[in-house]
Design a binder for this molecule. Structure first.
Ligand code: AMP
Ligand code: GLY
Length: 430
């Protein structure tokens, strides 16, 4: 039976969502994106080029085309209430309501929810609405803090003391952003991402992934949206023990239960960003959507029919038997414009080479008269899949290096050396 699915968003993550859905030839894709993503456009039956937060236009497009379901990629439309409005129009969604999306869009809500329900893994934190009060706390606090704007920042709004700023810099940053902040203890450890499908009640986890936020090789340079990521054939990471994994999963399940308890059930993709510390996993943040690039790792491994998973999420009867991932390693490498993230070289032409067995996901790239051009954000992603990490890395690296133009990527993502460094770091912390 045909299923007409709306995919909202036009980045690499949404290309991965679209590709996964279109593995089933009975799925017809309808896309809404602000700018034309050539990869999505090729797979879609119809495209509406429109801001992803222009909800009235999107509702009209969805109802006119008689769509059966929607999958929401980015956070901005969630915050704008797209799910509430689509569902009111009779179109069920994979994505939380505006109230449930607060788990991501309101960092203070997230911490207070964890505290109210006694959920493990919540760092010490304080919420401030006034820069002077925040300053007093920072100056009196014995240790380093992470400074987080309460609202959405596109993943680039956190300043960590001892990493990006000192105490004076933290105070200055709080002033700059107007004093609406969560201050929390700086967590030390290794980060990992646990994503899950959630139907309001049941949660089914996806393979663990590690993202790389820093722009340059060796984890230096400014923070970015994520330069690339990897996952392993056993769906675990060597610096996360089975017990730590179980704890992280439990934190996610408890969070879903808490949301249901409070009358704002969570339906969609729940993304847990964890810091594995010497005291086990702590929550850095939750996101109300797939990660970008992490979506590309997991969706490239999905063996079950994504549209069936969508049906079960919507139907509220999601079970582990509906979700199967290949036991392979993945490495995702993003190509970004030279100068990214601070001064990206936009409108530069690119030429694709022979990218072999890698999967290519288009992101913030323009296609004009058959030529690809960079824009200001992440450009293209390649995913290598292999029996081992080395194999997957070699495929992704070869593909990324085959592109010519004013772009760069991190050659170290997915290498043995970097993985060993991560394991060593975890040992030092313990
Ligand atoms: P976010 O925008 O919340 O994903 O945070 C961006 C990055 O800031 C994270 O990936 C972490 O590396 C770092 N970060 C956030 N919160 C903390 C924390 N409490 N302690 C240490 N690092 C943090
Ligand atoms: N990769 C981090 C994010 O999607 O927020």
């Amino acid at each position: 039976m045909d299923m007409k699915v709306l995919v909202v968003g036009g980045g690499g993550r949404e290309h991965a969502i679209t590709r996964a859905l279109s593995c089933n030839s009975g799925v017809r894709i309808f896309s809404v994106m602000a700018r034309k993503n050539p990869g999505i456009a090729r797979l879609a039956e119809r495209v509406l080029l429109e801001k992803e937060t222009n909800i009235p236009k999107i509702i009209r497009f969805a109802t006119e085309n008689g769509l059966d379901a929607a999958v929401i990629g980015p956070e901005a439309p969630l915050e704008a209430g797209i799910v509430d409005r689509l569902e009111a129009a009779g179109i069920p969604c994979v994505g939380p309501t505006r109230a449930a999306a607060r788990i991501e869009t309101d960092k203070a809500f997230c911490r207070r929810l964890m505290e109210r329900h006694g959920i493990a893994g919540c760092p010490e934190y304080r919420v401030y609405h006034d820069p002077e009060e925040a300053r007093r706390f920072i100056e009196a606090y014995d240790g380093d803090l992470a400074v987080k704007p309460i609202g959405l920042t596109g993943g680039k709004g956190v300043r960590v003391m001892g990493e990006h700023v000192d105490a004076a810099g933290a105070v200055e940053y709080v002033r700059q952003i107007g004093g609406e902040v969560v201050l929390e203890e700086r967590l030390l450890g290794e980060e990992f991402t646990l994503q899950a499908f959630v139907d309001g009640k049941h949660l089914v986890p996806m393979p663990l992934v590690q993202d790389h936020k820093r722009a340059y090789e060796g984890d230096v340079g400014p923070n970015t949206g994520g330069m690339g990521s990897y996952s392993l054939p056993d769906h675990m990471l060597p610096f996360v023990s089975r017990a730590d994994y179980e704890k992280a999963l439990r934190i996610m399940e408890d969070t879903v239960a808490a949301m249901q308890d409070e009358g704002t059930p969570y339906r969609g993709i729940l993304y847990g960003q964890f810091m594995n510390t010497r005291d086990g996993p702590k929550v850095i943040e939750f996101n109300a959507r797939f990660g970008d690039p992490e979506a590309m790792n997991v969706l490239s491994l999905l063996e079950s029919d994504f549209s069936e998973i969508v049906r079960h999420i919507i139907g509220g009867d999601l079970a582990p038997s509906h979700v199967r991932f290949a036991h392979k390693a993945t490495v995702c490498k993003y190509l970004v414009p030279e100068g990214y993230p601070e001064a990206p070289m936009a409108r530069e032409p690119l030429t694709l080479g022979d990218y072999g067995d890698a999967l290519l996901y288009y992101a913030n790239v323009e296609e004009r008269d058959g030529t690809l051009y960079t824009q200001t954000s992440r450009t293209l992603a390649f995913v290598g899949r292999g029996e081992t990490l080395d194999e997957a890395e070699a495929i992704a690296e070869k593909a990324a290096s085959s592109v010519s133009g004013r772009v760069f990527h991190r050659r170290d993502i997915g290498t043995r050396e970097l993985l060993e460094k991560r394991c060593q770091h975890m040992k030092e912390i313990a």
